[in-house]
Design a protein around this ligand. Structure first.
Ligand code: LLP
Length: 430
């Protein structure tokens, strides 16, 4: 397993900022989400610096669908970045724990009326309109509040990004956004411009997630800016903000070769400025919405090994006390991970295991075939790169309580999410 910079092997044991994982397991139990707060904070500050431009205002909006807890919301608030929210629940958590609602961008196809009301009532700064029907719904609700709601329109620029490549498609069948190729697109924008209850500011696009090609972002920027220039010309309006979404790829295994976002951002911002200037677009604000790349490398999950099984066909399983309940990504996306036996960190990796969870589902495997030292019941396995979309997608399948989460901030560590109890699992049931 590739170690993060807060991890080191000392005396045969893996440590996290000097803390022994075995002791963390003894203190907090397993399975345990461990979140390195120090590196998360560092990355936020670095992103904030890297997007800064002398030409326009910039903001980093943390895509909180990747990981949102009260503790995370408090860090977002303290470090003064914005928040991408996709539900009233995310707005609630952010606002309740100090995030400035003006810095929130509310996304989502099929935002419910009650969510739009909640957003406007809570003074959410920008709503990103997903489709044409939403224009009227937001206008109407903003009218009820006698306000003018700032909005962007989510565009589908026809650049669909995939791992290691981008494919140009018309993308006319996407569930998200309105396509720049739709003949109705100018009418949709016009309806936003003329609404007395909307302040139309510009466009948003999010071309995908876990993208490894920086070129895809340049391509999307070029398409969006060209389209913006056309809109300015046809409708006689000014485009003042573009939000380029998130999607920067991260390392899970050796198969992944992400680009360095901190290096990329200043160049990208410069490119956006140059292109905008060439097309006579007077951009006032440029925003990005990273989720995974801000949190993933700060998160890991600690499991205890239970039974070991050698199948008749010759496969070796190591069962852990977690499951697809705490990490659905392998089952859902064939996602791959690396792991390390923290109490055998210096032992030779001599046996191939499949790490499987305890849920009633054959697909509940956390890692298919990984070389590890000879494992025994009671060993502790750490899986890195679980900061994004693990806790936020966790479930109670099989009535398995969700794990606790701790933050490690250099010499300190503390509980940020309690381990779920049986009572808590059935709290809402009557
Ligand atoms: N902005 C918008 C509008 C998005 O839809 C997303 C992610 C992001 C930003 C953040 O993207 P990121 O920087 O995290 O790649 N559950 C999946 C990922 C779903 C991403 C959905 N949208 C997974 O576990 O891989």
């Amino acid at each position: 397993m590739r170690l993060e910079k807060y991890q080191s092997i000392i005396g045969g044991r893996l440590k996290h900022s000097g803390h022994d994982y075995v002791e963390l397991a003894n203190q907090y139990g397993t399975p345990l989400y461990i979140f390195d707060e120090a590196s998360f904070r560092e990355r936020i500050l670095a992103y904030r610096e890297a997007v800064k431009s002398t030409y326009f205002e910039t903001d980093v909006l943390f895509a909180s669908k990747a990981l949102l807890t009260k503790a995370v919301a408090r860090i977002i608030a303290e470090l003064d970045i914005g928040q991408d929210v996709v539900s009233a629940g995310e707005i609630y958590t952010g606002v309740r724990h100090g995030v400035d609602p003006k810095r929130m961008y509310f996304h989502g196809n099929n935002k419910l009326n009650k969510e739009i009301r909640y957003a406007i009532d809570n003074r959410v700064g920008t709503i990103v309109v997903d489709n044409r029907m939403e224009v009227e719904r937001i206008s109407k609700i903003a009218a009820e509040f006698e306000t003018k709601q700032r909005v962007l329109l989510r565009l589908n620029p026809g650049v669909e990004a995939h791992t290691h490549e981008y494919i140009m498609t018309a993308n006319l069948d996407s569930k998200f956004g309105e396509s720049v190729f739709d003949p109705e697109i100018y009418n949709i924008i016009q309806s936003m411009v003329v609404s007395p209850h909307l302040e139309f500011a510009g466009f948003h696009s999010h071309i995908g997630s876990q993208i490894f090609e920086a070129d895809s972002f340049y391509k999307a920027a070029s398409e969006l800016l060209t389209f913006s220039a056309e809109v300015q010309k046809r409708l006689g309006i000014l485009i003042s903000e573009i939000n380029f979404g998130g999607g920067f790829g991260v390392y899970y295994t050796q198969e992944d070769q992400p680009f360095d976002v901190i290096d990329f951002l200043p160049d990208f911002m410069e490119y956006v400025h140059q292109e905008a200037q060439a097309l006579a677009i007077d951009l006032k604000k440029v925003t990005i919405e990273p989720g995974r790349s801000l949190v993933n490398a700060s998160g890991s999950t600690l499991y205890e090994v239970g039974d070991l099984k050698h199948t008749a066909s010759g496969k070796d399983y190591a069962f852990v006390d977690g499951s697809m309940n705490d990490n659905i990504r392998p089952a859902l996306y064939q996602a791959k991970y690396e792991a390390l036996a923290v109490n055998k960190a210096d032992k030779p990796q001599e046996k191939v295991y499949t790490i499987a969870g305890k849920a009633c589902e054959s697909g509940d495997k956390i890692i298919e075939e990984i070389k590890l030292p000879i494992l025994e019941t009671g060993d502790l396995l750490l899986v890195n790169g679980t900061g994004a979309y693990n806790y936020s997608m966790a479930s109670n399948y099989n009535r398995i309580p969700r794990p606790a989460m701790i933050h490690v901030n250099d010499e300190k560590h503390y509980l940020t999410v309690k381990r779920e109890s049986f009572e808590e699992m059935s709290l809402r049931e009557i």
